[in-house]
Design a protein around this ligand. Structure first.
Ligand code: FE
Ligand code: CA
Length: 520
């Protein structure tokens, strides 16, 4: 069958629907991509140039559909620069880079309420296919993005996904991202700390403002980060699946407990603003927030090869125990069985998601280090799963209960260091139930004066097989039905752009075997 058979007839046009209708009013019946003006919809005054300064993105792919994202923001760090009116945005998806074969198109409204962001769902696509997409407003056309659908259930021979986290603008350049498109990934999984909320200058490049608190301030911070050309190029290369960690809101917050002193309503309002800004800037298949909460944990399937269980270990967790120290001695509170990192609903969802999975690999897209990491015998990082040992025991039990065919691979961010280890509990003699691959940061620093001693303490743990605290980068994973091969791709330095990248180490996780093996 040629592509012609897929071309869209007006009567079959599909537009954004379902959960996203509140952001996407639809219109049918007029040719949307003929160059004709949208008479009657023309906003006044005329729109400024540079509507697509933040680039484009796609995400949360399925066999038949993918989310297409952009946000109209000609003044990215100065409030966006848009008039307070709805703006019609057309999108189209083609099966070729030159857009000779357009297979889907639609019209959505970018609304001031949501920062003129656009989340369009392109449906009716074929499984396991690459596509190209772009947006248009009047005579302004966006950059072209490449995206793809996932294999149909039970299908799929190979998958290359990259995972990454922690891209502090002040502490480094997005040097590693410059290399990512050349890896030709099918998917990028981002584990959080996509932005940092902190203020200030005197880094390798400065943040645009002081610490961000209000919706406008979060939007401007996102505008700064999303303007990075290396980051934009990786979004244009393939779909992403994203979750968040703490810095999208505030360092080390827990649920509705802030790190810094703030009264409850004040922090709830801050968190709601941060969640909204996150939603506005990410290509997620999620309805916009309707209150101070935003459920983001979800499942993304890659045919028979992988099920991604996308976790949120921030919004639903108990507060950090023992005074919330980043590294300190344990206390009784830490061991309380009611403490949770995922929350009751997410725990139950994850158990079901694991039990129902038939994928070769169950990949848990996680934020904070999960395996037991008591440094120097007794030092506990209360922000990690170590601070929630009862919750970790419940999760490892769920993995065991999902059956012997479950190959659990936890991918982790947060600590700005690389590591490969067996997934164990803190009880002596705990048997591994899977593998944890900890990826280093894109640009966020690990304190240089602590890097070597930390690396030695981490490597001293018997279930840790490899660690590197000194370099920045991402992890490239090749998945087949028989193995997952992880290559740690690290740049020499993120303190300047254009530093070379190299594979620091390669680890293979064979299906049906809990232990990673060095080599590929
Ligand atoms: Fe971080
Ligand atoms: Ca973090």
């Amino acid at each position: 069958m040629g592509e012609q058979a897929e071309r869209v007839e007006p009567s079959r046009r599909r537009f954004v629907g379902g959960a996203l209708t509140s952001v996407a009013a639809v219109s049918v019946g007029t040719p949307l991509w003929s160059g004709a003006t949208l008479s009657g919809c023309q906003p006044e005054p005329p729109l400024p140039d540079g509507l697509f300064a933040l680039g484009i993105a796609s995400g949360d792919p399925r066999p038949e559909s993918v989310v297409l994202w952009t946000r109209l923001a000609p003044a990215p760090v100065a409030g966006g620069g848009m008039p307070a009116v709805d703006v019609p945005v057309t999108w189209e998806v083609a099966s070729d880079e030159g857009f000779r074969h357009v297979v889907r198109r639609g019209l959505v409204k970018a609304k001031p309420r949501w920062g003129h962001s656009v989340h369009a769902i392109a449906e009716g696509l074929r499984p396991d296919r690459w596509y190209w997409y772009r947006f248009r407003v009047d005579d302004q056309v966006s950059p072209v993005g490449r995206t793809r659908t996932t294999p149909a259930p039970g299908r799929g021979d190979d998958l290359r996904f990259l995972f990454a986290s922690c891209q502090n603008w002040r502490q480094g350049f997005f040097t590693a991202w410059e290399h990512a498109p050349a890896e030709d990934p099918d998917l990028v999984v981002h584990l959080g700390d996509y932005i940092y909320e902190s203020g200030g200058g005197s880094g390798v490049r400065d943040h645009n403002s002081g610490e961000v608190v209000t919706l406008d301030e979060y939007r401007n911070r996102w505008g700064l980060y999303k303007g990075d050309p290396a980051l934009q190029a990786v979004h244009a290369a393939c779909p992403w699946v994203v979750t968040w960690d703490d810095h999208e809101v505030e360092n080390n917050y827990a649920g509705l407990h802030p790190q810094d002193t703030a009264d409850a309503p004040t922090f709830a309002a801050r968190r709601a603003a941060a969640y909204q800004a996150w939603w506005e800037h990410q290509p997620v298949r999620l309805a916009p927030p309707s209150d101070e909460n935003l459920r983001i944990y979800r499942t993304v399937d890659w045919g028979q090869l992988a099920r991604f269980h996308v976790l949120d270990t921030r919004q639903h967790r108990s507060d950090q125990a023992c005074g919330g120290t980043e590294l300190g001695e344990s206390c009784d509170e830490r061991l309380e069985p009611a403490r949770t990192l995922l929350g009751t609903d997410q725990e139950a969802w994850l158990g079901r998601s694991l039990r129902r999975s038939h994928a070769a690999f169950d990949v848990l897209a996680n934020q904070v280090v999960m395996t037991a990491m008591p440094l120097a015998g007794s030092l506990i990082n209360e922000d990690q799963w170590d601070g929630y040992p009862a919750a970790r025991t419940r999760l490892l039990d769920q993995i065991r209960a999902a059956g012997p065919d479950t190959n659990a691979v936890v991918i982790t961010g947060d600590i700005h260091a690389s590591g490969v280890g067996d997934l164990v509990d803190e009880a002596p003699g705990s048997q591994p139930v899977g593998t944890e691959l900890v990826g280093t940061s894109i640009s966020s620093s690990f304190p240089p004066d602590l890097a070597l001693i930390a690396e030695q303490l981490i490597m001293a743990l018997p279930h840790v097989r490899w660690a590197n605290t000194r370099q920045r980068g991402y992890v490239s994973c090749d998945v087949s039905s028989s193995q997952l091969v992880a290559r740690y791709r690290l740049v020499e330095t993120a303190l300047q752009p254009s530093s070379p990248i190299a594979t620091a180490t390669t680890w293979t996780v064979p299906a049906g075997h809990p232990f990673p093996q060095e080599g590929g």
